[in-house]
Structures are given as structure tokens and as C-alpha cells.
Design a protein around this ligand. Sequence first.
Ligand SMILES: Cc1cc2nc3c(=O)[nH]c(=O)nc-3n(C[C@H](O)[C@H](O)[C@H](O)COP(=O)(O)O)c2cc1C
Length: 162
Amino acid sequence: MNLDFIYKRRSVRKFKPEPVSDALLDEIMKAAMAAPSGRNHQPWEFIIVRDEKARHGIAKNHANAQMAKESPVVIAVLGKKDEKWHVHDCAAATENILLAAANLGLGAVWCGMDEERQRPIKELRDVPDGYWIFSLIPLGFAAETPPPRTNYKPEKVHWERF
Ligand SMILES: Cc1cc2nc3c(=O)[nH]c(=O)nc-3n(C[C@H](O)[C@H](O)[C@H](O)COP(=O)(O)O)c2cc1C
């Protein structure tokens, strides 16, 4: 069984300046919305940010997302806060985006969002009340290629009982 499509997804933090086409981003959005979803409510929204000033604004407000200045695109994954499973659903959609990007020849990295980073970045991108920015994903053609791998550790796997 060939699962290389999973192992080749690595965090990419260095990007070429080449733009990413709408067609590729559409494919990535289709993959995002193929994710499983609690009760199938799909409480997600996505903002595709190309604007350079906005990307710099994101980086200014997220110390661990400095690559947003260089990546030609940042995808923000938003969850509807009053939906029970929005965090889980957004995590599944985020992983699908990363897998799709890796398999379309792009690089990307999942940047987590916490409470204190919400307000300035929400204001920057007109995110309405009731939504939470779950993740930010700087994305583009990779200027580094971390090797495929798994972090498999057999001792993490408990058969039948812990
Ligand atoms: C919830 C979460 C938050 C993360 N936040 C950041 C981040 O803010 N900045 C960053 O550079 N990487 C971030 N990462 C990427 C991890 O550092 C990375 O997945 C981990 O080191 C394993 O490397 P790999 O993705 O290449 O397998 C995050 C990953 C997850 C799942």
C-alpha cells in the first residue's frame, strides 16, 4: 500500500515568490471541504489572502507565522463558534489543505491560533463576530524540501488496552 501522499506532507517555511494560480487554490479548497465534519454541519469558512500588506499584518501579529511575509498566499481557516464540532472540523479541513498542497507540488505550514492573536488578525480581514480563526496556512511553491517521513513509534500504540 502506498501512503507516500501522507508522508510527503512536511511543514514548509521557505517559499519562492512565484504566484499560485486560482485553479490550484480551487483544488485545495475542494480538498479542504472534503474533510469529515461533525453532524456534517461543515461550520467552516476560508479566507485566501494574497495581499502583501495583509500578509505582513498577519506576520506582525503572529510571532510564529513570519513566513506569511514570504509565502504568496495565506489561507485562514475559520470556524463558526456556536457549532459543537467546529474545532475538530477545522482541524480536519486544515490537514486536508496541507495534504492537497503537498500533492499539488506546493509547500505549506499549519500555524496555530490562540485567543490573544484572534482580535488583530480578525480585524485585519473583516472576520465577523461568531467566527474563530482556527489556523493560518502560509502556502506557495516550496524553497525547501524536508524529506518525507512518519513519526511512527510502536510504543505509542496500545493493543486492546493502555
Ligand atoms: C496545532 C499546530 C500548530 C502549529 N503552529 C505552528 C506555528 O505557529 N508556526 C510554525 O512554524 N509551525 C507550526 N506548526 C507546525 C509544527 O511545528 C510541525 O507540524 C511539527 O514540527 C512537525 O513537523 P512536520 O509538519 O514537518 O511533520 C503547528 C502545527 C500544529 C499541528
